[in-house]
Structure formats: C-alpha cells, structure tokens
Design a protein. Structure first.
Lengths: 240, 240
DNA sequence: AAGTGGTCTAGACCACAGA
DNA sequence: CTGTGGTCTAGACCACTTG
C-alpha cells in the first residue's frame, strides 16, 4: 500500500468536485454506494469525507446526505491563501516571486527565541532577513529564526530559492501546526527603506511559530507586508 | 448515548493535560491501555486522539507513542484567540465588552451580499453597524449582514447582548466553517469618528463569511480594529 | 523481537429526515 | 417505513522505532 486508501478517495472526490462532475449544491452518492465504487468499506469512505468536511468542501447531514459546498467567494487582486505550510514562491508562483537576502548569520538565541523554539542558550539558530519581491515590487520583509540542528547546511542558494522546498524535499520534514498572530503596525525605518513604505504607512505584520509533526518548533518569524499588496486568508473550522 | 464516547474521552484526556496529570513532553498511555481504561475499542480512543492532534495538543508517532505538546507561547496584552465561532463578549468577557448600535435596519441585499450569502434579491438581510467597546474604550467597528430567514426576530436587546448566544442558544444553530480575510488599511472618516483613530492611522480589518454546519451562509461582516488594541490569532493545522 | 500507532474490514445499532 | 450519515466493536495486518 503506497498511500492510504482514504487519502486516495478524498483526492478522487475532490477532483470530481473541482472538474464539475459533482456540482455545487448537489448531493454526492451515499457512502455505501461510494464504498462499492471504490471497493472499500463504508468507514474508509467516511474517513475521506470527514477530511473534505473539515476543509469546508462538503457538508454532511445525518438522514439527508452529503452535499457539495460552493467555492469561497471573497477574493481580490493578488490575495493568496496564506498557508503556513507552503512557501511564498509556491503560493504565488516561482516566476513572480524573487528574494533579496539582507542578512544571513548564525548566532546563539536570545531568551525570547529560546522560548519560542524550545532551545537551550547553547543551540545555535539561523538569523535570516529577506526581502521578498512580487514582479520585482517589494512585498514582504521577512525575519526568520530556525534551529541549526533541524535545518543543517542552509546556504545562500537555498535562501534565494525556497527554504520550504529544501525542508520538505531534501530534509524530508513535515510541518504539523502553526501559531500565527496578525496585526497592523506603523511603518518603521526598515519598512521605509526596503518596502518603499511612506512614514507611518500601515504595515500588515504576521508573527508565527511553525512546528514539525513531531512537535519540534522549526521556525519563528515575522513578516511585514505592504498594506496595499497583501492580506491573509484563513479557513477556520468548527468540527472536532 | 447522550454524547459520543470519543468526545467524552477527548475531553477527559484534555482535562488531564490541563491539570498536569499528563505533562508536557511526556508520553500518554498507549492506545490499547487507554481503550481498556475507558472501556472502549482502540479505534474510539484513536478518534479522540486524532481530534486532540488536530488541535495541536498532542502529537503521535507510529512506533514511538503519543506525546503531550506544550502551550502556545506568543501572547501579548489584550490579544484574544480570534475565534470566528465565539462572539466578542464571550472571548473577552461580558463585563469588559459593551456595544453601541449605530445602525440596525432591514433591506434587500445588493449583488455582492447576494453572492456572499447565497441569497436572491428578494430575500431580506439585516444591516447592522455596531461599535464594540472594551472597558469603555473603542475597539472595533463591526458591519454585519445576516439573512432574515435564518435569524428571525432579531432586536436591539439582542444586539446589545450577544448575537452569537442568540443564534446558538435560542435558535439552536451551529456554525460550521468560516472564511476570513485580514488586511491593514488606512483609517477613514468613520474610523476617526467612532474609533478615535487619527487620520491615516493603521486599521486592522477583518472580512469574514460564516457558514452553518448545513452549509448555509449566515453572516458576512467586516470588522475594523484599532491597530494598537487588537490582533488576530489562529492555529493552523497540516493534518488531513 | 516486541511494542507502538495507522489502516482497514464486516457487521451492527443508533438518530434523524422525508415520504 | 426506508434511506441517510454517526458511532462503535473485535480483530487483523502493516510500517515504524527501539532494544
């Protein structure tokens, strides 16, 4: 078994929703029927549907059936689904996004970073500042700390490409969950210099801690975004 | 059966994590043992653990065990976990939060609202503007649209108390998922007037659509927050 | 080799919605 | 009454980690 069956089934059903085979507002075949079609037990089908439910793609009602939900409506300009687990270049397109490395050093973590990344004072971290550009226009000023022990052999080439790809594909690490704090602040001198912001322009700031699936914190970062070029989008779910 | 067993078990385990019976970094008893303790099958235990995993409270690793994760670190000032499914008064305390109703009317939805709330032109909506105060200081300017057909008999008393409590407790409706878009903007005249913002002060803006568990959109709203008094917090998860 | 969590099955009973 | 999804069980096999 290469992949879990329920993941394959979820992917297949999602594809049919996307290509219009299963249309918005219409019921899906019932779980028993799907089970026969995919040649699995009903529980396996249900597990697939549970995941799609949590993603907000379908909803189920006992006694009634399972229905396809619509696409999510609010979208404007260059909004990207701000996903903590995908790098900016993968969100917005490798062609459009480029990076300029402003700082890349190794240091011992201060107390705040020790707390956020669950490190001892003696365990070094990378300290990285990058300016991210979208179609050569300044978009985001990122300041990132990562434990050296978890991300060995980071170098400038990787910083110019995608740290996330390196972590996933080369190091084979999986992100688990992320804690994010989004606020608005006034532009400081750095923002004026690198983001071409005017004095006191609004800046959209994101602070986040990202953990691996095994519970180890792998990143603490802040991202400062030009207010007119970026917003954050989340889908929250009330299911258990 | 009043409640599902797996929900009861999840609650029991969460309580033991919170009160320190199960400590951060330590392993939980294995699934077989928990199953015997709770007198259920292993699958039921696993279902409970899956939920706690998605909430970021524990992590599991095949071949190793299940471990308790730590509390989430970044917290500052009056931050509240910005939960789309709990009203402001329930997040920040009924004593601290008061409301001033600026507008409360019924009207036919324009095209944008029709799209967001999946309504016909002939289906009326409430149009509500409220100023929310925290310890009598202006915090948020909310502009909310809700379909009249889903929320009958809304009145000023409810607006001054909690719309969310009314929807949950009186109407017995459950929120399913929410789509949120967070951005930073410059203060406009409204913000200057009601939020005591200075001209061009940063404003943290939230737009959201909230759906019921049955997939019907029940709310489209925008919230404009003073940048120095509020930020939004989310926990995102990479599990299926 | 032993112990862990992950997946899957077949079958059962329940609660709920609609005709 | 029938069909739907929700829950639960007992048992089985797998992949992975550690000794």
């Amino acid at each position: 078994m290469v992949k879990a069956k329920y993941l394959e089934i979820a992917k297949a059903i999602e594809a049919k929703i996307m290509d219009g085979t299963f249309k918005k507002g219409n019921p899906l075949p019932d779980q028993q029927t799907l089970a026969k079609q995919f040649n699995v037990s009903r529980l396996t089908v249900k597990k697939a549907l549970d995941g799609l439910d949590r993603k907000g793609l379908i909803y189920k009602q006992s006694g009634l059936g399972t229905f396809v939900l619509g696409e999510i409506p609010i979208k404007e300009g260059i909004d990207a689904p701000a996903n903590a687990f995908i790098g900016l270049r993968n969100q917005m397109g490798k062609e459009q996004v480029s990076s300029k490395v402003i700082l890349f050093s190794i240091e011992f973590p201060n107390e705040k970073i020790q707390e956020y990344l669950d490190l001892k004072r003696s365990e070094p971290v990378y300290n990285i500042r990058r300016l991210r550009l979208y179609n050569n226009e300044p978009l985001t000023l990122e300041h990132t700390y990562m434990p050296v022990k978890l991300v060995p052999d980071l170098d400038q080439d990787i910083l110019l490409d995608s740290i996330y790809d390196y972590i996933h594909e080369k190091l084979n690490l999986q992100f688990g969950h992320a804690y994010r704090r989004i606020s608005a602040v006034k532009a400081d001198e750095y923002d004026e210099k690198y983001l071409d912001a005017k004095k006191d322009d609004p800046i959209l700031e994101l602070q986040q801690i990202v953990w691996l699936t095994n519970g180890q914190p792998i990143e603490y970062s802040t991202s400062k975004n030009r207010y007119d070029r970026r917003s954050y989008i989340t889908v929250e779910n009330n299911r258990f």
